[in-house]
Ligand binder design. Structure first.
Ligand SMILES: [Zn+2]
Length: 126
């Protein structure tokens, strides 16, 4: 029987580390609710709640501004992939730029697109 590599255990330790941090924070709050450390904890928790609300109500949008002409005219070069951007107002093209955020907004079945891309990459390696 062989033991798994040490790095294989890390994904199993992460939830335990988070639970330990939560338990430690609860212990600090229970033992000294008005200490400086508790107020720092309240501040961090408040910032996390603000961040959660901000990203929920104002989610990220794709930046369609062209780096060359500044127009809101960036498009994906190929609608069958998430790689490559081009501008419809000038000659700007970048085949290595990620069009992931644009694809997220445009494509309904993004999972199918990603599966198709992976299959194309596997087929090209053979
Ligand atoms: Zn442009």
């Amino acid at each position: 029987m062989t033991m798994p590599r040490p790095s294989a255990w890390i994904p199993f330790l992460v939830p335990l580390i988070f639970l330990g941090a939560i338990g430690l924070a609860a212990a600090v709050l229970a033992l000294k609710p008005d200490s400086i450390l508790s107020w720092v904890g309240y501040g961090v928790a408040g910032l996390l709640l603000l961040w959660l609300a901000g990203t929920t109500f104002w989610p990220a949008r794709a930046d369609r501004a062209c780096p060359e002409c500044g127009q809101e005219a960036l498009e994906r070069m190929d609608p069958t992939t998430t790689m490559g951007l081009c501008c419809t107002q000038c000659t700007y093209q970048d085949p290595l730029a990620s069009g992931w955020f644009l694809a997220e907004e445009e494509v309904e079945g993004l999972d199918d697109l990603v599966r198709q891309q992976r299959q194309t990459m596997r087929d090209s390696k053979r």
